[in-house]
Design a protein around this ligand. Structure first.
Ligand code: Q46
Ligand code: ZN
Ligand code: ZN
Length: 327
């Protein structure tokens, strides 16, 4: 197996590019794909301050390093979600999934000299994700996604960042698209883009890894010596997107390039047809009475969730977004 670029000995095959690469040229491929996504979708302008959502997993740590390699100013934000099942799947381990994830992030940031911000949801907001899920009786990813979006938005606005970058990769985006298309969730299809512009008190949101698959970001980490949290979130089991990922993996094995064609074909030829206004930047939003976040209601969804879970206040919780979609 020879590298397509230098004909040296290859360490990885990438069937969708019909090519093999040595370590050096595979890492370059990852940088080039990230740069291409950033440029094609005007994700980050020169001089923009970027806040990277870091979880300790392969995608977010790869993204953080890639942004630095591409010359961007990127700080990280880690949110401690209080997810407690331990690394070996034992519930109520003293060192839980979130603790281990946080350690990976801190070690990585310290080794690179990157600036890391942290928010602990238990300490600062009085609840954790397992409790929120039990209280709302919804899959944990609903309250988790809502919490993360809210806190990243607020930290970016408060910290004067121009853009929030997340590590969603091609597998993630293709799976969300697949799920939304299966159910014809036209509102979500309208907002499924690798860039959501700033407006209405929200920062710009970008997904610079949309041209890389999960396997490729994992290989990027291994080949560049990034020590990431390998365990999957123990609360992910109820997440429908995992099933869609399996289906797309099968299709990809039979026909390499399927995920890319599906996702980028949608963006090129179909996405526009679903745009019809909605809560985009053009619609004027009010401000939450509790925290000041932009919202179409008196109180934002995060403050309603917090009130319901902590029992402080009596506000009905209504979760309308799914992870990875929309604001
Ligand atoms: S951390 Fe949170 Fe994820 Fe765990 S509960 Fe779901 S959304 S799976 S990226
Ligand atoms: Zn090579
Ligand atoms: Zn609020």
């Amino acid at each position: 197996m020879k590298c397509r670029v230098c004909r040296g000995s290859a360490v990885i095959d990438v069937p969708r590019h019909n090519a093999n690469f040595c370590a050096e040229h595979f890492l370059r491929l990852c940088r080039d794909q990230t740069r291409k996504a950033i440029e094609a979708f005007d994700m980050i302008a020169p001089g923009d301050r970027v806040l990277v959502a870091v979880s300790g997993g392969k995608d977010s740590l790869a993204l953080w390093q890639l942004l630095h390699e591409l010359g961007h100013t990127a700080d990280g934000l880690y949110i401690g979600l209080g997810i407690g099942a331990g690394p070996k799947g034992r519930p109520n381990d003293e060192v839980g999934y979130s603790d281990v994830s946080g350690e990976h992030v801190r070690r990585f940031a310290a080794s690179k000299g990157f600036r890391l911000l942290e928010i602990d949801v238990r300490e600062e907001h009085g609840f954790d994700i397992p409790t929120a899920a039990a209280t709302t009786r919804r899959v944990p990813c609903s309250s988790c996604g809502l919490t993360k979006r809210h806190l990243f938005d607020r930290a970016a606005i408060d910290g004067g960042y121009d853009v929030v970058a997340t590590g969603h990769n091609l597998d993630d985006e293709a799976a969300v698209l697949f799920g939304n298309a299966l159910q014809w969730n036209t509102d979500y299809l309208a907002r499924q883009a690798p860039v959501l512009p700033a407006g209405n008190g929200f920062p710009r949101k970008v997904k610079p890894l949309v041209r890389l698959t999960e396997r490729e970001t994992a290989a990027y980490c291994v080949l560049s010596g990034i020590d990431y949290q390998i365990e999957e979130c123990p609360l992910a089991a109820g997440n429908r997107h995992l099933g869609y990922k399996d289906l797309l993996d099968q299709a990809e094995r039979r026909s390499p390039g399927t995920k890319h064609t599906f996702y980028f074909g949608f963006l090129d030829r179909a996405a526009e047809r679903f745009q019809s206004g909605g809560e985009g930047p053009g619609v004027e939003l009010g401000r939450c009475g509790g925290c000041g976040a932009p919202t179409s209601e008196e109180t934002c969804a995060f403050c309603r969730l917090q009130a319901r879970v902590t029992g402080v206040g009596d506000v009905p919780v209504r979760i309308t977004s799914t992870p990875g979609v929309g604001r």
